[in-house]
Design a protein around this ligand. Structure first.
Ligand SMILES: [Zn+2]
Ligand SMILES: [Zn+2]
Length: 266
């Protein structure tokens, strides 16, 4: 079976087709998915999805691109993380891709929000779901300053270099690959996928965006995650079943372990 470790089933375009999508997931042997929260206002929606389905879980957090969103406090995130089926803090991180006429120095609000998420993850012993785009150096720097490695987690939808992957792995993080790995121009990323140890790999769709080849540009759903697994398998010279088995085990260990990470790792 396959697990989609990062999807936005709470987004309107997927939510309105939920029965159809769940059926397509079953047909594709995608048994489980983690529904990612992007704003505090969205939390109730993704949490309801997780509560209503044994094979769905959710996160709690505010995406770095959600500039005008309600700001979370450490206490608020810790409280949400204590609810049933909430297994991660995020997605959080830094995104300097759409700066407009601003400079990275102007993005203190984003870095401060990221710090709040890291502190919450450490406080509740839940892993972080990290989004980083055009901001890898600062993402790693903030994680180091806040000892984010103590919470652990995943760099999701990874598109950075092998050096960034190495630094994330050294801090104890997992690396998650998306449909981008199937894109024609992603040769460098396929080398990164070959390099990341199998026991630290996850797979995801980040749906509704980033549909893998041959569905590029179409609506993406968690049912497409086997195509990502196939791309990881190709990059590593392994069988798809090996990728399915390993990424499922990694997902269970990282997100579904009954003992919080912080109490397992001194
Ligand atoms: Zn993201
Ligand atoms: Zn996402």
């Amino acid at each position: 079976m396959f697990v989609d470790s990062h999807c936005h089933l709470g987004s309107p375009e997927l939510l309105e087709r939920l029965p159809e999508i769940r059926a397509a997931m079953r047909a594709a042997r995608v048994d489980r998915a983690l529904c990612i929260c992007t704003t505090l206002d969205e939390f109730e929606r993704v949490h309801a999805l997780a509560l209503g389905d044994d094979d769905l879980w959710c996160s709690a957090g505010v995406h770095p691109d959600e500039e005008d969103s309600r700001e979370p406090s450490v206490a608020a995130l810790v409280a949400l993380a204590a609810l049933p089926k909430v297994v991660a803090i995020g997605e959080t991180g830094l995104d300097y891709y759409r700066l407009g006429d601003r400079r990275p120095e102007d993005m203190d609000w984003q870095r401060e929000r990221f710090r709040v998420h890291i502190r919450a993850a450490r406080a509740c012993g839940r892993p972080l779901v990290i989004h980083t785009r055009s901001a890898s150096a600062d993402t790693l720097a903030v994680l180091r300053e806040e000892q984010g490695g103590q919470a652990g987690g995943v760099f999701h939808c990874f598109t950075e270099t092998a050096e960034v992957a190495r630094a994330a792995l050294d801090m104890g993080f997992h690396i998650s690959f998306s449909g981008i790995l199937t894109f024609k121009n992603a040769a460098d990323l396929r080398e990164v996928a070959a390099f990341v140890p199998l026991d630290r790999c996850l797979i995801e769709t980040d749906s509704p965006y980033l549909a893998p080849v041959p569905f590029r540009g179409k609506l993406n759903t968690p049912a497409n995650v086997p195509l990502v697994a196939a791309a990881v398998a190709l990059a590593k010279g392994l069988e798809v079943e090996q990728i399915a088995e390993a990424t499922t085990a990694n997902f269970e260990r990282l997100f579904l372990g009954t003992v919080p990470r912080s109490s397992r790792i001194p």
